[in-house]
Ligand binder design. Structure first.
Ligand code: ADP
Length: 725
């Protein structure tokens, strides 16, 4: 090549392997050679450049305008002009080549960017039987997708197949074969395991085409694109899962979801819960667009209609109404609905949820009823309830306060408790507060005088409880009632009682002293009778004296009974250990000297005692001597073996006393009266009628119990239990 041209090309197109037209280069070469061989004559000097330097300069300028649109001045047939033309052609050729190179470069960049953005790699595999060592074309993005660095690793098709998930390999190979054999292309999805990271599985979609030789029709190569669709797949799966969840929710929720297309009057969907809530299935609702309204009870149809009117104005609505369930029962529903309006503001769709709120409604109405009941009760009760805060101000009072102390609730609430309490009872209040603070769980009864609106003092009796710890109450609750009358009666009763007790005690003392004083003259009379009887031999007189003596003895027994009664009533119970054996021996001995004791009746005594029993000896003496005396007195003369048997079992638990005789017995008609004061079964009875009365009174004084059985002709048995206190 001409040295000048080579030098210029090197300078301008250094490093470029532009495929310049060899014809053009030859032409230029020849021209330059010719030009440099011409000897310049002086005449031609002015016509144009002839020297090598001039030529070089001309060509330099021509090539310098590469890339510019301006065309060099057309040649005029001389060698300089020819060179300029050639340079112009060279310029254009270079320019086109550079532009197409730039375009290719841009497209390559585009392609790479697109592949990277779309996560799509492309590849080209020659159609050959032995794929083990074939150098395929894998785009950079495909390498990236496979987790392989293209700069360091080259992989073969077989190595690529190794990266395909084992479960997908066969299927993939089949698809490739099918493409070669019949279809010419395939479009599959499979999983690949990223190199060096077994856990990082990616899902790809691969679309490939078999390129065939135009002449032979034989497959030349397989060209394809492999797109990473993992994210799309995961998103799809998430959508599917969400859809399944939503569907499950839709099918299983207790609420009824529904959507209605109003343009076509078409029920788009209704959830299966409608069968439970309304008793009608989705198909029945779909068939009859007015079914829901026909189920609304007549009284609530207006509310249902109004909610539809609000919906048509674009408002989200919430309405409660009753429907008649298919089973005939009335159910309460809460319906929430969302409207969709079109551009001209027309309601075209409703979405809603209907919930069965019957239980809540029933609970609400039960609550309202019980509240009403409670309020009615409180307001009509004679009791008042107030709440008092920690500053002792009323924060709440029932209306009934008006009936009790005359204040209206409004004028009462907010005032202080201390404004109303009687000065003498203020101590009760501070004492109560002290107790309520120290024992907050113990209800505290109180009784105070309260100033009523009319200025009078009213006695209030009630109970206070501490609820300071409870946010809703935050105070003391006191409920009370007017007990002014009761207290007046009680006070009167207490006074009368005191008076009665005093009178009784006086009476007892009087009876005692009178009885006591009467016995002394009786003793003197008896002594005189005995003396007179010894002084006379007159039988009539002696008999009269004996009768007098017997009457006076009877009177004495009577007085003794009265004295016993009086003692029992008057004296405190004195408990000491009781020795029944000694007691009964005394009784037996003292009875011997009375007329009653002078009988043929055998006295049998059985005692079991351990000395642990304590009671009032003198009272037990009264009980036993009266019962034994009666058995002696009312013995059955017709019996050959009259007896009275006294059995005592006494110990720490108490004493069981049994007095049993085989005397004349008592007819059952008289049983209810025998313990009455002065009661005697017959006028012929020898006693005063006080004995059994005294026994019962005394047993009761000892907190014991007495029972008896008696049958005429069989006998009588008294059973007494005395506790050991
Ligand atoms: P009185 O002083 O008349 O004995 P009581 O109160 O002791 O009065 O007895 C009331 C009546 O009960 C007696 O009048 C008597 O008729 C009857 N009575 C009491 N004890 C016996 C008995 N053990 N056997 C039969 N009758 C009895």
């Amino acid at each position: 090549m001409n040295a000048l041209l080579e030098d210029l090309l090197n300078k301008h197109l250094a490093g470029s392997d532009l495929p310049l037209d060899p014809g053009l280069l030859n032409e230029l070469n020849a021209l330059l050679d010719a030009a440099t061989s011409v000897k310049p004559g002086p005449s031609e000097q002015a016509e144009g450049p002839r020297t090598l330097d001039e030529l070089y300069h001309t060509l330099w300028e021509a090539l310098n305008i590469l890339g510019d649109e301006a065309s060099p001045v057309a040649g005029n047939g001389d060698i300089q002009g020819a060179i300029l033309d050639a340079a112009d052609k060279l310029n254009k050729a270079c320019r086109n080549i550079v532009l197409s190179e730039q375009k290719t470069l841009r497209e390559t960049v585009h392609l790479k960017t697109i592949q990277s953005v779309a996560k799509a790699g492309s590849w080209d595999v020659p159609a050959t039987r032995d794929l083990s060592d074939v150098q395929n074309y894998w785009s950079d993005e495909l390498f990236h997708l496979l987790g392989i660095d293209p700069a360091t690793t080259k992989i073969t098709y077989e190595q690529y197949i190794e990266l395909v998930h084992p479960d997908d390999r066969e299927f993939m190979k089949e698809e490739v074969n099918k493409a070669y054999m019949e279809t010419g292309r395939y479009d599959v999805e499979y999983r690949i395991m990223r190199a060096g990271d077994a856990n990082q599985q990616r899902i790809v979609r691969e679309i490939a085409e078999v390129v065939k030789d135009k002449l032979t029709g034989e497959p030349v190569s397989l060209i394809g694109v492999t797109i990473d669709i993992t994210d799309i797949k995961l998103a799809e799966r998430a959508i599917v899962d969400a859809n399944i969840e939503l569907r499950t929710l839709f099918n299983t929720m207790n609420e009824v979801f529904f959507s209605v297309d109003l343009e076509h009057n078409n029920l788009l969907q209704i959830s299966p819960a409608c069968t439970r809530v309304y008793g009608y299935g989705p198909e029945e609702f779909a068939k009859d667009p007015f079914l829901w309204f026909s189920l609304v009870v007549d009284e609530d149809k207006k509310a249902a209609h109004e909610s539809n009117v609000r919906l048509s104005m674009g408002e989200i609505t919430q309405v409660e109404y009753r429907i008649r369930h298919k089973d005939g029962r009335i159910r309460w529903l809460l319906i929430r609905m969302w409207p969709t309006l079109n551009v001209s503001g027309k309601l075209i769709r409703i979405d809603g949820i209907a919930s069965d709120v019957t239980e809540r409604k029933e609970a609400e109405s039960a609550l309202a009823n019980s509240e009403l009941k409670l309020r009615t009760l409180l307001e009509n009760s004679n009791d008042a309830i107030v709440i008092i805060n920690k500053d002792l101000e009323y924060t709440f009072a029932t209306e009934s306060i008006g009936r009790i102390i005359g204040y209206a609730m409004e004028e009462f609430v907010g005032t202080s408790v201390l404004n109303y309490i009687h000065p003498d009872d203020k101590g009760v209040i501070s004492h109560s507060l002290f107790s309520l603070t120290n024992k907050p769980d113990a209800p505290l009864p109180f009784e105070v005088r309260f100033r009523a609106k009319d200025g009078s003092w009213v006695w209030l009796e009630g109970v206070a409880t501490n609820h300071l710890g409870e946010a809703v109450i935050d105070g003391y609750i006191a409920n009370f009632r007017d007990v002014t009358d009761e207290i007046r009666y009680r006070k009167e009763l207490e006074d009368a009682n005191d008076k009665l007790k005093r009178t009784n005690a006086e009476l007892d003392r009087f009876v005692y002293s009178v009885s006591h004083d009467l016995r002394a003259p009786l003793g003197s009379i008896l002594g005189l009778i005995d003396f007179t009887a010894t002084e006379t031999a007159d039988d009539d007189l002696i008999q009269s004296l004996s009768m007098m003596k017997s009457s006076i003895e009877k009177l004495d027994v009577f007085i003794l009974d009265i004295l016993d009664y009086s003692r029992n009533a008057r004296l405190e119970v004195k408990r000491t250990p009781v020795n029944f054996s000694a007691l009964l021996t005394d009784i037996r001995n003292s009875l011997k000297f009375t007329s009653t004791g002078n009988s043929h009746v055998e006295i049998r005594i059985n005692i079991e005692e351990d000395g642990a029993f304590c009671s009032d000896k003198s009272r037990i003496l009264i009980i036993l001597s009266n019962l034994i005396a009666n058995s002696l007195r009312y013995y059955d003369p017709a019996r050959p073996d009259p007896y009275v048997e006294v059995t005592v079992v006494a110990g720490a638990d108490g004493a069981l006393i049994n007095v049993k005789d085989n005397g004349i017995g008592i007819h059952k008609d008289y049983h209810p009266y025998i313990f009455n004061m002065f009661y005697r079964v017959s006028e012929k009875s020898k006693g005063s009628g006080l004995g059994l009365y005294l026994v019962k009174e005394t047993v009761e004084k000892l907190s014991g119990d007495i029972q008896f059985t008696s049958t005429p002709g069989v006998g009588t048995e008294f059973k007494i239990f005395l506790p050991n206190p």
